[in-house]
Design a protein around this ligand. Structure first.
Ligand code: FMN
Length: 459
C-alpha cells in the first residue's frame, strides 16, 4: 500500500481593508493605510515562513442605498505601490496583489508586475479579478463598464496578452557587454504583436524577462466560467469555500477541470480565506470567538449581507427574528454596491437559507453567522494546528489565506503559537525552499512561448 506524502500547507497573510471580518473599531486596531501596518503583517508572516502576503482590491467605496457603509471606510490604498515598498523590507515572502482585468490594460499591468518581480527577486503574484459592476465601472472606462457576460472573455485574452508580453524577452536577451558596447544580444527583444477581439496592440515591451518568467497567477471567482478560466490559466485560486464538504466539492471540481485543460492536478492550488481564534482552552477560545463574532455580526453587517442577496431594503425586519417573508428582487437597482457577489441564483440561495434556518431554528442574525463563508479555526494552538492540518490533508484545500480580526497585530499569536506546531508535525516548512514564489509553492515555471517568433526573426 502506498501512503500519501503529507501535504505542505500553503499559508498566505492578508491585511483586511474593507470587509466585515476586520474590526477597525477594535481597541488594538491600527491604520489601514500606514506603511508600518503592511510592514508588520508581511514581516510577521515571513517569520512564520508563509508563502505569500496578499492584498485584495476594492476600486469603489462600497455603498448601501447611496451611502458608504461604515465598516468599509477603513481605507484601501493602491496595491502595487504597497507591494513594491514591501519588496524592500522582506526577503522571502511572495507578494501577491489583486488587480482587475476589466479596468486595466495588459501592457500596463504586464510591465508593473514584471517590474515587481524584478524588484522582489521573483516574488510577484497577480490575483486576476473581473469585477464587472457598473458602480465600480463609473470610476473607470470613461464612465462605462463591461457587461457581465464579457468579463471572462476579456480576462482570458488579457492574461494571454500579458503572457505574450512577458514572453517577448528571452532570458538571455540582454548582453550588456561593456567591452564591446553590445547591449542587446537579441535585437528583437521585447517585440510583440497581439491582434485579438479584445486587444489590438503591437510594439516593444520595456521590461526584460523577470526572475519567475511569469509571476504567479491567482484567480478569484466561482461561476462555471470563472472556474474554467482558473483551471486553464491560474496557478492558485483564492476560493471562498473553507468548510467541508463544499470545500472538497470545489477542490475536486477544479482539479478535474484542470486535468480537462491538459494540466496536472498539482499545478493548481486552492487557497480559501480563513480566520482563527486562539484560547487557553477550547471553552476560552470559543468564548473569545463568540465575542469577536458578535462584533463582526453587527446590525449593519448582517443587514448588508441579507440585502445584497434579496436586493431589497430589509431594515424593517427584526434581525433576531425570522427570515424576510418576501422574495428577492433582482430587477430593482442594486441596493448594495461594490461588494463581490458569489451567489449564482438568488432564488435558489434564498430557498436554501430558508430551509437551513428552519431546520436549525435560526434568526436572521443566527443564519448570517451560519452561512458566512469564512471558516474559523477555534481552540488552543494545538487544536487549531490539528484542525487546519486535517482540513488540508483531507483535500479541503491546499492551504489558507489567513488574517487576524484586527490589523496589524492580529496575526502575531498565530505565528508565535500555531506555526511552530505545524512545523513540528512536518506540515509547514522551517526554512524557505527556494528564492522565488514559484519555487516555494512547488509550481512549474511556464515554458517561454514567443507568440511572434516570425516577428522576432525579421525585427
Ligand atoms: C474569494 C473571492 C475574492 C474576491 N476578491 C475580489 C477583490 O479583491 N476585488 C475585486 O474586485 N473582486 C473580487 N472578487 C470578485 C471576482 O473577481 C468576480 O468579479 C466575482 O466573483 C464574480 O465572478 P464569478 O461570477 O465568476 O464569481 C472576489 C471573488 C471571490 C469569490
Amino acid at each position: 500500500m502506498t501512503t500519501r506524502k503529507r501535504k505542505q500547507i500553503i499559508l498566505a497573510a492578508y491585511v483586511g481593508g474593507v470587509n466585515e471580518h476586520t474590526l477597525w473599531e477594535h481597541p488594538q486596531a491600527g491604520s489601514q493605510i500606514a506603511f508600518d501596518t503592511f510592514r508588520h503583517v508581511a514581516q510577521t508572516a515571513e517569520r512564520g515562513r508563509f508563502d505569500y502576503f496578499f492584498l485584495a482590491e476594492g476600486l469603489a467605496l462600497r455603498e448601501r442605498a447611496g451611502r458608504v457603509f461604515e465598516h468599509d471606510i477603513a481605507g484601501r490604498p493602491d496595491t502595487l505601490p504597497v507591494l513594491a515598498a514591501l519588496a524592500a523590507v522582506t526577503e522571502h515572502i511572495g507578494l501577491v496583489g489583486t488587480l482587475n482585468s476589466t479596468f486595466n490594460e495588459p501592457y500596463e499591468l504586464a510591465r508593473q508586475l514584471a517590474s515587481l518581480d524584478h524588484l522582489s527577486g521573483g516574488r510577484a503574484g497577480w490575483n486576476v479579478v473581473t469585477s464587472w459592476d457598473a458602480f465600480t465601472g463609473q470610476n473607470f472606462r470613461r464612465g462605462g463598464f463591461l457587461p457581465r457576460e464579457q468579463r471572462y472573455a476579456r480576462a482570458e485574452e488579457f492574461v494571454r496578452t500579458v503572457r505574450e508580453l512577458w514572453d517577448s524577452w528571452a532570458g538571455d536577451a540582454l548582453a550588456a557587454d561593456k567591452q564591446s558596447g553590445r547591449f542587446l544580444r537579441d535585437a528583437s527583444a521585447g517585440v510583440f504583436a497581439h491582434h485579438g477581439d479584445q486587444f489590438d496592440i503591437e510594439g516593444r515591451f520595456t521590461v526584460p524577462r523577470s526572475p519567475q518568467g511569469h509571476p504567479v497567477i491567482v484567480q478569484a471567482g466561482v461561476s462555471p466560467q470563472g472556474r474554467d478560466f482558473a483551471a486553464a490559466n491560474s496557478d492558485l485560486i483564492f476560493s471562498p469555500y473553507s468548510r467541508l464538504p463544499e470545500a472538497r466539492d470545489f477542490y475536486d471540481d477544479i482539479k478535474k477541470r484542470a486535468v480537462a485543460h491538459g494540466r496536472h492536478p498539482d499545478d493548481i492550488k486552492i487557497v480559501p480565506g480563513a480566520g482563527f481564534v486562539l484560547g487557553d482552552s477550547r471553552e476560552d477560545a470559543e468564548e473569545r470567538a463568540a465575542h469577536i463574532r458578535e462584533q463582526q455580526l453587527s446590525d449593519r453587517a448582517v443587514l448588508v449581507q441579507f440585502e445584497q442577496l434579496w436586493n431589497r431594503d430589509l431594515s424593517a425586519y427584526d434581525l433576531d427574528g425570522p427570515l424576510p417573508d418576501v422574495d428577492p428582487d433582482p430587477e430593482a437597482p442594486p441596493i448594495i454596491q461594490g461588494r463581490a457577489f458569489i451567489h449564482q441564483d438568488r432564488f435558489e440561495t434564498v430557498r436554501q437559507w430558508r430551509a437551513l434556518a428552519e431546520a436549525k431554528g435560526l434568526s436572521i442574525r443566527g443564519l448570517a453567522a451560519e452561512v458566512s463563508t469564512r471558516e474559523q479555526f477555534v481552540g488552543t494552538p494545538e487544536q487549531v494546528a490539528d484542525a487546519l492540518d486535517a482540513f488540508v490533508q483531507a483535500d479541503g484545500a491546499d492551504g489558507v489565506v489567513i488574517g487576524g480580526h484586527h490589523t496589524p497585530h492580529g496575526l502575531d499569536e498565530f505565528v508565535e503559537k500555531v506555526v511552530p506546531l505545524l512545523q513540528e508535525r512536518g506540515s509547514l516548512r522551517s526554512e524557505y525552499e527556494g528564492t522565488t514564489l514559484r519555487e516555494n509553492l512547488g509550481l512549474p515555471v511556464p515554458a517561454r512561448r514567443p507568440a511572434h517568433a516570425d516577428l522576432a526573426a525579421t525585427a
